[in-house]
Design a protein around this ligand. Structure first.
Ligand code: GLN
Length: 488
């Protein structure tokens, strides 16, 4: 299976492109064909523009012919979650309310991928407006987990994870507000990095909760994720929340890992509710780090139990403000059953948004209302500070934290769809990084007895992505998970 072009790593493919063993057009055709063959089963793509993708691949081949590739990723297909703007392409956010909306401009990350010569391939399915953990909230179609098509791929970047896992693309971008890169990466057996808040520009990312959202890279190996992060990270004057930090060479840094680290294992993450096979896989991974010479210490993240309640106040409050712009006037869909202006707003929003999005808008509007603002929103902000302090205190004692990404492996369709609380709990281990604004990566660390991937999460200090990437690489190099592919 590893011999299939579409399962090769971006690093391998880049070397093959250099040696003219393959052209970018051939590579683009391989992923396009693969998607055409299997995407009716997976549902990872919402749309694609084959001719445009092949044109970009031709341009890349022309650059290589002249000996002037723009980066190591020149000619490599990268697919974008359908909430990251690409000029001239649909931008639906998985919602009916943006049906037929075409983006008039490029997001900063999209511009940066172009500047690196990446071949932009397709628009990836997602939970509507990135709200969800199973991709069952897409207004268009569900995404299936390539390891078992009866199971969900996770969410909200379910399309981004499934497309990479199934070889329908080489790399993808997702977004992570409370776990939406790491959780689907874990469920689909790939790597996903949620960058520190401010490391990647949010310009051109349709906002869900602006103080939590980050765009991040997803791929089948740590090296691939590091090389994609290299081209997308960095300050941007179009996003005032992006931050000027020193960007090391992430790829070169991976193998230079030398100094042994102090790694924290939070005891709160290993209590009841954690699936026994996930626990076992994590214990094995921790044992691996210990025997490699790292110091393992138990730590306590005392604020853990307040993370979910505070998140669901802050995220919904921000969502209710951000989603106010979808009014039937400015973008996409407009209800036909209207007789006056007020009607347009009400009916468009009533018909255009799905159940979960409406639930969040109502919750968010409630916690921001005059009479509830202090007791909910302001309170949650104070709790967020305590969560951050707690986390930074622990990160003062250790270099990184090792934890499960999710409490369980991927579950069957319908299992949690009608129980929002159960669905929200899928993110119990991932939300903390967003509340703190720090970085986290999920990498595969084993398989369950039902042949579903298990994810390990490594959380680091803000802007220390190179440290968690190195730790992830160290584990990955010793284990064969990156060479496992679903049979589909
Ligand atoms: N599943 C979480 C939610 O529904 C996180 C979503 C995300 O990270 N975009 O809010």
């Amino acid at each position: 299976m590893d011999d299939e072009i579409f399962f090769k790593s971006a690093q391998r493919l880049s070397a093959m492109l250099d040696r003219r063993e393959i052209s970018s057009v051939e590579l683009a055709k391989a992923v396009i064909e693969r998607a055409k063959q299997i995407d009716s089963k997976i549902g990872a793509f919402l749309s694609f523009d084959e001719a445009k993708t092949l044109r970009e691949a031709e341009e890349s081949d022309a650059r290589r012919k002249k000996g002037r590739p723009l980066s190591v990723l020149d000619g490599i297909p990268v697919s974008l979650k359908d909430l990251i703007a690409e000029k001239g392409q649909p931008l639906t956010c998985g919602s009916k309310i943006l049906e037929n909306f075409v983006s008039p401009y490029d997001a900063t990350v999209t511009e940066r991928l172009r500047a690196a010569g990446c071949v932009l391939w397709g628009r990836l399915n997602m939970d509507e407006f990135a709200m969800g953990s199973s991709n069952e909230n897409s207004a268009y179609k569900p995404v299936a987990n390539p390891w078992n098509i009866g199971c969900v791929p996770g969410g909200s970047s379910g399309g981004s994870a499934a497309a990479v896992a199934a070889g329908e693309t080489i790399l993808s971008l997702g977004s992570d507000t409370g776990g939406s890169i790491r959780q689907p990466a874990a469920f689909c057996g790939i790597c996903g990095l949620k960058p520190s808040y401010g490391a990647v520009s949010r310009y051109g990312l349709v906002a869900f909760a602006s103080s939590l959202d980050q765009i991040g890279p997803m791929g089948r190996s740590v090296e691939d994720v590091a090389s994609l992060f290299q081209v997308m990270a960095g300050i941007d004057k179009k996003d005032s929340s992006s931050f000027p930090f020193r960007k090391p060479n992430y790829l070169a840094g991976l193998s230079k890992f030398s100094s042994l680290k102090r790694l924290g294992v939070p005891k709160e993450y290993f209590q009841g509710g954690l699936d026994s096979e996930v626990r076992k896989a994590l214990e094995n991974a921790i044992e691996f780090y210990r025997s490699a010479g790292h110091e393992i210490v138990e730590v306590s993240l005392e604020m853990t139990k307040y993370v979910m309640p505070a998140y669901y106040i802050i995220a919904t409050a921000e969502a209710s403000s951000n989603l106010a712009r979808f009014d039937g006037i400015r973008y996409g869909f407009r209800s036909k059953a209207t007789s006056n202006a007020i009607d347009i707003y009400f009916k468009t929003r009533g018909e255009g948004f799905g159940e979960e999005v409406k639930r969040r808008i109502m919750l968010g509007t409630y916690v921001l209302s005059n009479e509830n603002f202090d007791s909910y929103y302001r309170h949650a902000q104070k709790v967020r500070t305590l969560i951050r302090n707690d986390f930074m205190r622990v990160l003062g004692e250790v270099n990184a934290i090792i934890a499960p990404t999710t409490p369980t492996v991927a579950f069957e369709f319908g299992k949690k769809k009608f129980d929002p609380l159960q669905m929200y709990l899928c993110d119990i281990f991932t939300v903390q990084a967003n509340m703190v604004g720090t970085c986290g990566i999920s990498i595969p660390c084993g398989m369950s007895s039902t042949n579903l991937p298990i994810g390990m999460q490594i959380l680091g200090k803000p802007f220390k992505e190179h440290e968690i990437l190195s730790l992830a690489y160290e584990f990955e190099s010793a284990h064969g998970c990156k060479n496992l592919h679903p049979k589909i």
